[in-house]
Structure formats: structure tokens, C-alpha cells
Design a protein around this ligand. Structure first.
Ligand code: UD1
Length: 369
């Protein structure tokens, strides 16, 4: 029986951990799963609603860390996670993704000699100004088992000198959540609440510091939206970081002046799935949404200069458009004319069974050690 602490911290973690914990509960003689929430995200809309929507069991331990600078947040997670690991003595700690909680918990474990598995290992944007890129690079260097979502991730890890026996291609676990919840998302009322049941609309998400904390960049994106929303209404569920910076950068009036840009509060998992899965076009700077739109064949424009998920461009619906106003408008126009990206394919092992393969890999790695 393997005792595994599954770490969640921020919004993009919940949909990766939920199917893994559910799979562990289906194998009760082999796995004893615990859930630790660092509290990196804490608003109901950023955390509790995901536990509910994804039927993720309430955390066994909540570290209550909250927001702070990167150093303070990472340090607080480490300080509060260490006693939990010492008390629970797990066989493995499983971390997912690339947020500060991911690196902080992996670092605690490697110092204590507790084995760490990293789900979504090997993704690289090669942009070291992104905090997530640093979290990815360092977590992969210290984790014992690297579970990858796509073949490019395996190649990245091997190029960094990671021994192949530590790497296992398991596919994309976020797609497990997506496929398991499509039917439930159909019951969401969000589109009728927003009165877009029969309408054509786009969906926008923005929260990267490189976009929303930088006045020049944010302004270029808004200028593009001023043109795009003349043709297509766009719904914009606003991340708390972005809500603050719209006010702090003095952009509230400009945003409010766009009649066809509808700002709404950040949505839970099922409502957001219902919304974007019926959209004509998605514009985003999120990593996960690039993957979810590829899985569902929804056209996606990524408002960044790079991606750590190149397979969504090679096989999927994703186009990297950067933050230049004209480029964004041109790409949106070709997506709406249907002249872009007609031949989306599913990346290998994005099949809804990654969580089972993750459990198999954990057992195998545990026997090997
Ligand atoms: C974090 C992750 C990012 C991920 C994103 C998803 C890191 C380095 N960044 O970025 O990779 O894509 O989550 O959302 O780990 N806030 C609230 N309520 C909350 C959480 C945050 O109001 O529940 C506000 C706080 O003012 C906070 C700001 O949002 O300072 C940013 O939150 P933080 O967790 O620092 O970074 P994110 O931008 O959310």
C-alpha cells in the first residue's frame, strides 16, 4: 500500500489532482491518498468551487498560505508543509503543474529523502522571465519520477540530462477531468444566465503578469479587443489579479467603454467548460486552456510570445499570436472566417486515462527503488 500526499495549491492544480485521487480511491488496496492544500489560492471562485465541481475530497490538511511575494509564498509553503510530511511519512508526494506550491513542496521532500512524482513534467517555454518556467525547471531537476503529457516533454528532459528511467510518458491528466465532466457541464446554466445560448461569442482569459501587469502590453491587447468585439461579443471571466491591475493601471474606463466585452467574475470548472466549449473563439494567456481547446477542437489564440505546450500548435487548434494589436486582430479575423487551422488532431494519450497510467508508473517506480 502506497501512502501518497497529493498537493494542490492554485486553480490549475485542482483539475489535475482530482482524477488522480479518484483513481487512487478506486484501488484502495494499493493506494492511500491524502490531499494537502497549500492555500496559494483561497477565494471561493479560485478554490472551493473547484473542489465541489470536480468532486475532489476536502483536503486532509490546509496550510492556509495565501498571497505574498514569490519568495515569501514559496517559503511559507515550505515551512508549513515540512511538519506535515514529517508527521505523515508518505511513500510518495505527488505535485502537479508549475505553480509556486509545486516547487516548494518538491523541495521540502527532496531534502527529507521523500520521493516526489511530478505530473506535467518536461514542459518548457524557454522563457525564464516566466515564474512558472523556473518552477518547472527546478521541480524536474529534483523529482524522482517525471510524468510527462506529451513527447516533446520527454525530449526536453532528456536534453537536460535527466536519466530516461526517471521519465514516463503518461499523457495529459487534465483531459481526464475534461472528458469526465463534459456531460455534467451540459447542465450548467451559465450560458442562459449570460443570454448567449444561441449566440456566437468569444471567450477571453488574461492573468499572466507579463500581460496584465505591464501597461503597454495590456493596452495593445485592449486595442485589439476594441476591433474584435465589433464583430464578435467577447465574455471575459476576470482573474482577481487582472481585476486589480485594470483598476491600478487606470484602464477601467477603456474596458467599460467596450460594449461587447462583458466582464464577469472568475467561473468555476463546469460553468467555464460550458462557456468555452460552445465558443466560436477563445483568446487566452493560460497554459491549460491551450490544451483544453485543442482537446475540444475550439479555435484558440494564445496572447503570448511562446508556449510550453507546442503540441497544441503542431497538432491542435492553438495559434501563438503574441501581443501585437494587428497580429491579434488578423488572427482573430482568419479564425472567424474559418480560414485558419482546419485540421486539428488529438495529441497522443490525451484520452481520459492518464490518471490510471500515473498510478501504474508510481507502483512500478516504487518497486524499482
Ligand atoms: C498563479 C500561478 C500561475 C497560474 C495562476 C492561475 C505561480 C507563480 N503562479 O498565478 O502559474 O497560472 O495562479 O490562476 O504560482 N488572488 C486573489 N484570490 C485568490 C488568489 C489570488 O485575490 O484566491 C489575487 C491576489 O491579489 C494575488 C494575485 O491574485 O496577489 C495573484 O495571485 P498569485 O497566486 O500570486 O498568482 P496568480 O497570478 O494567481
Amino acid at each position: 500500500m502506497l501512502k501518497v500526499i497529493n498537493v494542490v495549491g492554485a486553480r490549475p492544480n485542482f483539475m489535475k489532482v482530482a482524477p488522480i485521487v479518484a483513481a487512487m480511491k478506486r484501488r484502495p488496496t494499493q493506494f492511500h491518498p491524502l490531499v494537502v492544500h497549500t492555500g496559494q489560492h483561497y477565494d471561493a471562485a479560485m478554490s472551493a468551487s473547484f473542489f465541489h465541481d470536480l468532486e475532489l475530497p476536502q483536503p486532509d490538511t490546509h496550510l492556509g498560505v495565501g498571497s505574498a511575494s514569490h519568495a515569501a509564498q514559496t517559503a511559507a509553503v515550505m515551512e508549513r508543509f515540512e511538519p506535515v510530511v514529517l508527521a505523515e511519512k508518505p511513500d510518495w508526494v505527488l505535485v502537479v503543474g508549475d505553480v509556486n506550491s509545486t516547487l516548494a513542496c518538491a523541495l521540502v521532500c527532496v531534502k527529507l529523502g521523500i520521493k516526489v512524482a511530478h505530473v506535467e513534467a518536461g514542459l518548457r517555454s524557454r522563457d525564464r522571465t516566466m515564474p512558472e518556467e523556473i518552477n518547472r525547471l527546478l521541480t524536474d531537476q529534483i523529482a524522482d519520477l517525471l510524468l510527462t503529457p506529451s513527447p516533446d516533454a520527454d525530449a526536453n528532459l532528456k536534453a537536460e540530462g535527466i536519466p530516461p528511467e526517471r521519465i514516463r510518458f503518461v499523457g495529459n491528466v487534465m483531459i481526464d477531468s475534461l472528458l469526465q465532466n463534459l456531460e455534467r457541464a451540459r447542465k450548467s446554466q451559465i450560458r442562459s444566465v449570460l443570454s448567449v445560448t444561441d449566440a456566437e461569442y468569444g471567450v477571453l482569459t488574461l492573468h499572466r503578469p507579463s500581460n496584465v501587469d505591464q501597461p503597454d502590453t495590456f493596452t495593445r491587447i485592449l486595442a485589439a479587443l476594441e476591433t474584435i468585439t465589433e464583430k464578435l461579443p467577447v465574455i471575459f471571466p476576470v482573474h482577481p489579479r487582472t481585476r486589480k491591475t485594470i483598476a491600478a493601471l487606470g484602464l477601467s474606463n477603456r474596458v467599460a467603454a467596450m460594449r461587447n466585452l462583458r466582464l464577469i467574475d472568475a467561473l468555476g470548472y463546469l460553468d467555464f467548460l460550458s462557456l468555452y466549449s460552445n465558443a466560436r473563439l477563445v483568446l487566452t494567456d493560460s497554459g491549460g486552456i491551450q490544451e483544453e481547446t485543442t482537446a475540444l477542437g475550439i479555435p484558440c489564440l494564445t496572447l503570448r510570445e511562446n508556449t510550453e505546450r507546442p503540441i497544441t500548435v503542431e497538432l491542435g487548434t492553438n495559434v501563438i499570436v503574441g501581443t501585437d494589436t494587428t497580429r491579434i486582430v488578423t488572427a482573430a479575423t482568419s479564425a472567424l472566417n474559418g480560414s485558419a487551422k482546419q485540421t486539428a488532431r488529438q495529441p497522443p494519450l490525451w484520452d481520459g486515462h492518464a490518471s490510471e497510467r500515473i498510478l501504474d508508473a508510481l507502483e512500478e517506480a516504487d518497486h524499482r527503488d
